[in-house]
Design a protein around this ligand. Structure first.
Ligand code: ADP
Length: 624
């Protein structure tokens, strides 16, 4: 017998579950059934594909037994089982990255934390909500030695050698005194029907039946009969019209480990050259690991109802990684290897059709109920936008689905809405990128747009800075950044810079160019400014500041330095005064002040703050 300590996170999780209010204790059964079902799926797959397992008898069955005297509930399966090492690994640690990072960021408010944890799978450990002691008797398929894992959730557990006739797992819960309802046949039958009706395996229970006696005066006989409690009818294979919303919802909870209702589902049966069934769900809360590289894919692959894998990220594109569900293909070989899987033509076809189906469903929702679409968008819009980066085939649909903030309207707008409000002579869709929405709204770059009542999209999400420059156009209208030197012509101030101004300014520009030659590519007269004296723009083919930052973050730090173009406003008082006084001596300081100011208004850090302050103070003092 060996004692083991739980990993810290497990103790934390158990503590949360045992000592906090958890409103929905009955879900423990769904979690244990789900594990049993997964274990049988895994074994089935091996018996079909792995010679070492081919001789094993695969007889899938889940059995729940209640014992009121001993106050135990047990659940047995004939799945793959676990050996000693696996018991330690699986029932002593937490492997799921999302759960782990959630636990390391607990708020400390137990009620809040336990509500939060209820939003995602709590798995095996949830059984400690109703049991004060748990025994797991396990024998791995193909091995001889069985093991018994025992814990009272006190921070440690024991593992010892044990005897078990068949492979698989039997979990025995010693039910807490105040949870005795979980020893009642009808209660358990209800829970099974509610959460696990449509898993592909039968769940059995012993039912006591009273048989009336044939002879008068004799006591009726009691007989125990084993009955199947669930329908065991792989839900995705059934017809849409035979299924109730509740059944879809419960099935979602079973496969996703999410305890909230799904936001939306799409159930498809394709017949024809390639036959398959898909059932996809969009969750109503984002999965914990949505923005982690090691996210767990949510779609399971089946072939003719046989489970193949739940760990294949290629079944859907990464920008749909929030989707949960099932793909069941008819015409794939069962022993398909991972490498083949990823290049398989049939799967590729299913994938393409699935993407179209999901995006189409979202488009329909957006047209029908924009408010509800916004709910979805709040959770997954950012992820969806990633699709614009790689999925050229669905670019047009995606462009109809993505939303942006705007300089003229509150809330989020679509590109279609933008186009509807375009000015008559407006040539392009304009956007500005940056991190801070207040800075963006007040950027000098927008002055001319405001004057002309042209709307500008405010892109303050990191993903925007990467994907939008790749888009180029929407519905034949070009999409351009406001800091592109190229658009000067398109939004030119009507009161053009006079020839006289140009002449007077040319000398100043020559000097400024010389002064700023290390920091700027060019210094030019701007026609897009009305109030501000200066602004930074970028050459048509140069990445702007946001883009450069992005590239750096993505690990490209040996990029050539891209210098911006400084545009100045000849009508600004600063230049008027310099010209009136015919005194260029201040230009050395002014040039740097204008450059630094333009940087600040774009949210760029200035390198030499000390010199900036010195210059600024010099001119404040002069003015006093
Ligand atoms: P999850 O099921 O979400 O991975 P759990 O804590 O419920 O998390 O289970 C952890 C792991 O223990 C499972 O991933 C599985 O490998 C193993 N396991 C649990 N129950 C069984 C079972 N009945 N048969 C075989 N393995 C099991």
């Amino acid at each position: 017998m060996a004692k083991h300590q739980f990993q810290t996170e497990v103790t934390q999780l158990l503590d949360l579950m045992i000592h906090s209010l958890y409103s929905n204790k009955e879900i423990f059964l769904r979690e244990l059934i789900s594990n049993a079902s997964d274990a049988m799926d895994k074994l089935h797959f091996l018996t079909l594909t792995d010679d070492a397992y081919k001789a094993l008898k695969y007889k899938p069955k889940i059995k729940i037994e209640l014992n009121k005297d001993k106050k135990t509930l047990s659940i047995s399966d004939s799945g793959i089982g676990m050996n000693e090492e696996e018991l330690i690994e699986n029932l002593g640690t937490i492997a799921k990255s999302g759960t782990k990072s959630f636990l390391s960021n607990l708020s400390g408010d137990k009620k809040k934390d336990s509500q939060l944890i209820g939003q995602f799978g709590v798995g095996f450990y949830s059984a400690f909500m109703v049991a004060n002691k748990i025994e797991v008797l396990s024998k791995k398929a193909g091995e001889d030695q069985a093991w018994k894992w025992v814990s009272e959730a006190t921070g440690e557990y024991e593992i010892k050698k044990a005897k078990k006739a068949d492979f698989g797992v039997k979990i025995t819960l010693h039910i807490k005194d105040d949870e005795s309802e979980f020893l009642e046949f009808y209660k358990i039958e209800d829970i099974v029907k509610k959460y696990s009706n449509h898993i592909p395996f039968g769940i059995y229970m012993d039912k006591e039946e009273t048989i009336p006696s044939e002879k008068e005066g004799e006591e009726p006989k009691k007989e125990i009969k084993e009955i199947q409690v669930n329908k065991a009818s792989a839900l995705w294979t059934l017809n849409k019209r035979d299924l109730k919303d509740e059944e879809y919802k419960d099935f979602y909870k079973q496969i996703s480990h999410d305890s909230s209702d799904p936001f939306l589902w799409v159930h498809t049966k394709a017949e024809g050259t390639i036959e398959y069934k898909t059932l996809f769900y969009i969750p109503s809360t984002p999965p914990m690991d949505l923005f982690r590289v090691d996210y767990q894919p949510g779609v399971k692959l089946y072939v003719k109802r046989v489970f193949i894998t739940d760990d294949e990220k290629e079944l859907l594109p990464t920008y749909l990684r929030f989707i949960r569900g099932i793909i069941d293909a008819e015409d794939l070989p069962l022993n398909i290897s991972r490498e083949i899987l990823q290049k398989n033509r049939i799967l590729e076809t299913i994938k393409r059709a699935s993407i179209k189906k999901i995006l189409g469903e979202l488009k329909k929702l957006k047209e029908k109920d924009n408010g509800k679409y916004l709910e979805f968008y709040k959770n997954f819009g950012k992820v969806l936008k990633e699709g614009l980066y790689g999925d050229f085939e669905n670019k047009d649909t995606l462009l109809d689905l993505v939303l942006f903030k705007s300089s003229k309207r509150d809330g989020l707008i679509s590109l279609k809405q933008y186009k509807e409000e375009m000015q008559e002579d407006q040539k392009s869709i304009y956007y500005i990128t940056g991190e801070n929405i207040a800075l963006l709204k007040n950027s000098p770059l927008l002055e001319q747009f405001k004057a002309k009542n042209i709307e500008v999209l405010l892109l303050d999400e990191e993903v925007d800075a990467i994907v939008i420059p790749m888009v180029h156009e929407y519905d034949k209208t070009p999409i351009k950044p406001v800091n592109n030197s190229d658009i000067d012509e398109e939004i030119k101030n009507e009161e053009k810079v006079s020839e006289e101004d140009k002449k007077e300014m040319s000398e100043i520009l020559v000097k400024m160019k010389e002064i700023l030659k290390d920091d700027t590519k060019d210094v030019k007269i701007s026609s897009r400014l009305s109030d501000s004296p200066s602004v930074l723009v970028y050459d048509k083919n140069d990445p702007d500041f946001q883009m450069q930052e992005m590239l750096k973050q993505m690990g490209q730090d040996n990029l050539p330095k891209v210098k911006p173009i400084l545009e100045v406003n000849p009508k600004h008082e600063i230049f008027r005064k310099i010209i009136e006084n015919k005194d260029f001596s201040s230009l050395q300081d002014i040039s740097f002040l204008l450059l630094d100011q333009a940087k600040l208004s774009e949210g760029i850090k200035i390198d030499d703050v000390a010199s900036f302050s010195k210059r600024l103070n010099k001119y404040i003092a002069k003015a006093l």
